[in-house]
Design a binder for this molecule. Structure first.
Ligand SMILES: NC(=O)c1ccc[n+]([C@@H]2O[C@H](COP(=O)([O-])OP(=O)(O)OC[C@H]3O[C@@H](n4cnc5c(N)ncnc54)[C@H](O)[C@@H]3O)[C@@H](O)[C@H]2O)c1
Ligand SMILES: [Zn+2]
Length: 574
């Protein structure tokens, strides 16, 4: 259906100081259209300035005139309209705008708005009253007000992030948005002011509006998505789901242990948000990560007539995330996918990065895909029910991120090991978030393992995989094997003359503080070496060791002599 007003009017919405007037004026000039600033029209109608209307007649009166102006403009053709920051709050205005034209939101971070506001105030020597600058903590107030209005701004057809753009670029982006929306409306796509995020093309093309409150956003070529990390936020899952416009239906996939602890909360929050919920629970453990399990889930999805509009929610550790993600990637050629990781390993590693897979009798993760989620919600509080050994194992990947990328995190881990192992709310949340963000950054640089950047995440993993294979995954948890593998990698780094002994020992102390093993007495070195060699053969190149040059700095070497590897394995298994 064609949206009637779309070719005739562009409404610019957004917070104050996002440049609506300047940009609107220039857009109008380029289109040879008329430009209207609603504040100017309001002042003309009222016969006084906006601050005077506010102070003498009150905000109610201002909104009344604003409504009159905006609905009135809906009759004029070929016009670009810059609206006031609060215009979107009024439902009548929203309807007039959505029916009457294309709505474009100019976005800016609170810090940017604050900066622009300050410099404008200085330029004008405070001749104009600026309510936002009055009183304490103006930045805080901007943040609050913006957060409150954000859901309304997010309803725009198109959003332009202005922070890093020149005015010229913003103008271009607004015009792009207008052209894009015209095509979309005339091709009969959804013409509502609440565009559902149903088509991937829409997601890929549209600029992304950072959702309020997200801990960080992951930007990859196939998907841009928010990650929320917080304490007790599983009960907000329904709201995040709604905010991400994932539709009206969710299929939770979980394992029996996780579901018994956290299933109820997840189901309830989704239901409270008006979403229909189905749940499929598999037995816990790696044995459920198979094609057969996926196949059972497909059967069940078919039986329940699950359609394209439904999103898959993985509630669990890395096993569930990989299995549910594999189903999401393949069923109906792809359903929207939400990760709600509940193990530490899943939060800082498996749930971030879009690798999904099931195991094959011939190898782990042999059948899989790159499939990014649309949303990640990690409730750090769920870790309080995780078995202690699983929690300890998860810290190994956090320590890995510190070793390869973040000396600051290394220091935090050193200083707070006790609080962290006891999952003290504040620090645990901060560290989980920081660690997950580090992984996300690497993924952004190398989404599909093509540039080589992602290789650094294999730090400690060459020997870890060798140990896991040699012991048939029987007695070491993944993180435990990684801890030993990291010890091996630092020892090799030292032998190669890259780092002093102190770094090796600092890492050892940190691993020990978190209760992780640093050796595996009596492991069969021959079997470990064979597994490492086999791994190399499968990938048909030399073993690529991720080594350290310092805490936070890596190098990749294929020239590690056999005897150094052997000596290291000997030392690790003594
Ligand atoms: N996709 C990736 O990039 C990636 C990266 C690393 C690991 N992985 C995969 O992740 C899996 C390992 O992840 P994992 O260690 O989370 O294993 P897991 O999912 O099997 O969880 C470990 C155990 O903890 C339980 N558990 C999880 N959360 C719990 C909670 N909050 N309360 C109580 N019990 C809980 C589970 O039921 C299970 O018994 C492997 O399959 C591995 O291949 C994937
Ligand atoms: Zn790992």
């Amino acid at each position: 259906m064609m949206r009637e007003g779309a070719p005739k009017r562009i409404f610019l919405v957004g917070f104050s100081y996002t440049g609506k007037s300047e940009v609107g004026w220039e857009v109008a000039r380029r289109l040879r259209w008329e430009f209207v600033d609603t504040d100017t029209e309001i002042e003309a109608l009222a016969g006084k300035s906006v601050p005077d209307i506010f102070s003498q007649d009150g905000e109610g009166r201002f909104r009344e005139i604003e409504r009159q102006v905006i609905t009135g403009i809906g009759q004029r053709d070929k016009v670009v309209i810059a609206t006031g920051g609060g215009a979107v709050l009024d439902p009548q205005n929203r309807e007039a705008m959505s029916k009457g034209g294309v709505v474009v939101c100019l976005e800016a971070r609170p810090q940017t708005i604050y900066r622009r506001l300050q410099s404008d105030a200085q330029r004008q020597k405070d001749a104009v009253v600026r309510p936002l600058l009055r009183g304490p903590d103006p930045l805080g107030r901007i943040e609050k007000l913006k957060e409150w209005r954000q859901p309304y701004y997010a309803m725009a057809d198109w959003t332009v992030h202005t922070d890093a753009l020149s005015q010229e670029e913003v103008v271009e982006e607004v015009l792009n948005g207008w052209r894009y929306s015209l095509r979309r409306f005339s091709s009969g796509e959804e013409a509502s002011i609440f565009p559902p995020v149903s088509s991937r093309r829409y997601e890929a093309d549209a600029p992304y509006c950072d959702p309020v409150g997200a801990s960080f956003v992951v930007r990859t070529s196939s998907q841009t998505y928010p990650v929320y990390a917080g304490w007790g936020i599983l009960k907000e899952l329904g709201n995040f789901f709604k905010q991400a416009r994932l539709g009206e239906c969710a299929v939770i996939i979980s394992d029996d242990v996780v579901f018994s602890h956290h299933g109820k909360t997840a189901v309830q929050t989704l239901k409270n948000a008006g979403i229909s919920v189905f749940s499929f629970v598999v037995p816990q453990g790696e044995k459920s990560k198979t094609l057969e399990a996926a196949s059972q889930i497909y059967d069940w999805l078919v039986e329940h007539r699950v359609e394209r509009g439904c999103a898959i929610v993985a509630l669990g550790g890395g096993m569930v995330g990989d299995l549910a993600g594999f189903v999401a990637a393949t069923f109906l050629r792809g359903l929207p996918f939400v990760q709600a990781p509940t193990s530490l390993l899943a939060m800082v590693d498996a749930a971030i990065g879009g690798k999904v897979a099931v195991n094959h009798p011939k190898g782990k993760n042999l059948v899989g895909a790159f499939y990014q989620p649309s949303l990640v919600v990690m409730d750090v509080e769920t870790l309080t029910t995780l078995p202690p050994r699983e929690l300890t194992s998860g810290w190994a990947e956090v320590i890995k991120h510190a070793m390869i990328l973040d000396p600051g995190l290394f220091a935090i881990l050193e200083e707070n090991s006790d609080a962290l192992t006891h999952l003290e709310r504040g620090i645990a949340t901060e560290v989980v978030q920081r660690s997950a963000a580090l992984k996300a950054k690497v993924v952004e640089e190398d989404e599909k393992e093509t540039t080589g950047r992602r290789t650094i995440l294999n730090y400690g993993h060459t020997i870890a995989h060798g140990l896991e294979t040699a012991t048939d995954y029987a007695d070491l948890l993944h993180g435990e094997a990684v801890a030993i593998g990291m010890m091996g990698a630092t020892m090799i780094s030292q032998r190669m003359g890259l780092i002093p002994r102190e770094v090796v020992e600092a890492q050892r102390r940190l691993l020990e503080k978190f209760g992780l093993p640093t050796s595996r007495p009596a492991a069969n070195i021959e079997a470990v070496s064979r597994a490492i060699e086999l791994d190399k053969k499968v990938k048909s190149k030399a073993v690529r060791w991720v080594l350290l040059k310092a805490v936070g700095e890596t190098t990749i070497r294929s020239d590690v002599p056999q005897e150094i590897v052997r000596d290291t394995l000997l030392a690790l298994t003594r």
